[in-house]
Design a binder for this molecule. Structure first.
Ligand code: KG4
Ligand code: ZN
Length: 337
């Protein structure tokens, strides 16, 4: 069975084809970074218009890259939320239109479910159950995952997401957009501990996070004007990572599980990866990641989540209704079938 995946929830247009026999057979991605750079952040209206322009060509390229025809596609999976409403409508509208034209099923997919299941696309995938650390631009959550659609929230950020904290801090430090990866690169040239930043909620006794205070602390110290930018970046990154690592280990302890899956854009952070790997190895636990190219938004994770849901008996909706859910709690999903 071949599933077409469509993603347009934010500033990346992603298209992919997943074959249940052969795995991922083609994928195309267009990033809108250049489009939004001048504004220092994503402009929703511009994002939607660009998704409309890019989506048809990306679908044609993906189908031709895979060497299949449109008629070979058995189902369409598209991101239905959470995300920017106008942007989400592009993949939803395209997906439902294609499904109607081809007479096949259309599956609305939760964007974070796509991220969360993406490590299962790797060569040596984890078995269920596992703890998932979801660290994207919009979400920071720890989930207990017992199967597809079986998610229990263990803890989450009470304010800014980890990626959002990276982006906002980078912006107030005057770094180029998009800030997260730029700040991470600068951090590698500095030394943590030369300036001191708090580790918010490290000892809160629960699995929740708070990152909005960090950017305020950075702002205050920048005003004092003594810290080198690289040292500030290194300390900021260390502060975020200290909390993410401690809470992830606490979640493994609380659930009694030994597998941790890390997904979402911040999961691309090399320092986070080496700190988690070190801590897990010491405890005979294991950390799983999506391959680097699949950490940030893409169509492959959506096609794959759709294929898993179909395999477990989920039926596509055939009413061709185009509806999206800009806010959609992951733990409200149901198991397929
Ligand atoms: O998952 P994603 O592509 O989009 C959302 O669904 O939000 O995540 C994007 C986020 C951004 O906030 C970006 O700054 C952050 O991931 N990010 C990083 C790194 N690469 C991307 N943050 C820290 N270090 C990185 N290397
Ligand atoms: Zn994402």
């Amino acid at each position: 069975m071949i599933v077409l995946g469509l993603e347009s929830s934010c500033d990346e247009t992603g298209v992919a084809l997943y074959d249940t026999e052969r795995g991922l057979i083609a994928q195309q991605l267009h990033s809108q970074i250049d489009l939004h750079a001048a504004y220092g952040g994503v402009v929703p209206e511009l994002a939607s218009r660009d998704h409309v322009r890019r989506m048809p060509a990306l679908i044609r390229q993906t189908v031709s890259e895979a060497g299949v025809s449109m008629q070979d596609i058995d189902a369409v999976a598209y991101t239905a939320g959470p995300g920017l409403a106008g942007a989400l409508l592009i993949a939803a509208g395209t997906g439902q239109a294609l499904a109607a034209a081809l007479g096949i099923a259309a599956l609305p997919i939760h964007h974070l479910e796509g991220h969360l299941l993406s490590p299962l696309l790797a060569d040596d995938p984890p078995d269920f159950p596992f703890v998932a650390l979801l660290v994207s631009g919009g979400h920071t959550q720890l989930m207990r995952v017992d199967g597809v659609g079986r998610y229990a929230l263990l803890g989450e950020s009470v304010d800014d997401a980890a990626g959002e904290a990276f982006d906002k801090t980078a912006k107030l430090m005057g770094l180029a957009y998009p800030g997260g990866p730029v700040l991470a690169r600068l951090a590698d040239q500095g030394t943590a501990g030369r300036v001191k930043l708090p580790r918010p909620m490290l000892h809160s006794g629960d699995l929740n996070f708070s990152f909005s205070g960090l950017k305020t602390a950075v702002m205050t110290q920048l005003r004092d004007g003594t810290a080198a930018p690289a040292d500030m970046a290194a300390e900021f990154q260390a502060a975020v990572i200290d909390v993410l690592v401690a809470k992830s280990l606490a979640a493994l302890k609380q659930t009694g599980l030994s597998r941790l899956v890390v997904a979402g854009g911040v999961g691309a952070n090399q320092s986070l990866r080496s700190r988690l790997n070190e801590a897990a190895t010491r405890r005979r636990q294991r950390v799983y990641y999506p391959e680097p190219a699949l950490c940030t938004d893409n169509g492959a994770m959506i096609a794959f989540a759709g294929a898993l849901r179909l395999a477990e008996g989920q039926r596509g909706n055939d009413t061709h209704t185009v509806s999206v859910r800009p806010r959609w709690p992951l733990d409200s999903l149901a198991a397929p079938g």
